[in-house]
Design a protein around this ligand. Sequence first.
Ligand code: FMN
Length: 217
Amino acid sequence: MDLLDTLRGRRSVRAFRDEPISRQLLEQVLLDASHAPSAINMQPWEVHMVVGEERKRLSRRLLRAFGERSLTCAPASTRPLADKFMARARECADLMGPLIQQMGYDFKGYVNEGSLGFYGAPAVALLFLDDSFGPERMTDIGLFAGYLILAAAGHGLASCPIGLVKAYEDEIKDHLNIPESKILLLAVALGFPDPTAAVNEFKSPRVGPQEFVRWVD
Ligand SMILES: Cc1cc2nc3c(=O)[nH]c(=O)nc-3n(C[C@H](O)[C@H](O)[C@H](O)COP(=O)(O)O)c2cc1C
């Protein structure tokens, strides 16, 4: 598929078919994602790819923890955010909510429990950075995540980035035997979309560049 078509057509999928992805395909996606740029080419990303029954076991653990702690998706801000950002988040929920309701779920429950269940995806890539790196290198992990998502799309796989895992980082590290020194930044659920799920019809709106660029010339 053409790169620009892939960029423009990508969307986060929130209902996956229970169909495994071959190891060979996942390895190719990771290889392609590894072409992401990184500061002085250090390639600091570390990926734990959790698949099949192990992925389901991890979700059961996270959903148990969710039942105890109820830590939910949030904007993660250090100060109150400008109104325009909250308006965009509300618009997203307002557009996605009715599709989720059509499926018989309420929006918050579906997104929070769905995120920790990786929306039924057969594979989830957990992206880590070693804590010997400074916070600047989180940028590299973000770029890798972008490449991973687009590489997956290029190979016919749908994805959903899932930041909610950060709230359950301790559970994930304990469950997968990952050292304390590794910082979890993002999960990316990977799989094949469920074409019957209304939520997958959602295409999020965008503001145009006029909203975020200042030309200096
Ligand atoms: C860092 C990050 C964290 C995210 N966390 C979640 C999440 O926990 N659960 C979820 O359903 N979607 C999550 N998303 C997906 C966003 O909601 C989605 O990218 C946004 O609404 C734009 O929609 P699109 O990806 O379909 O273009 C996350 C995306 C990013 C970039």
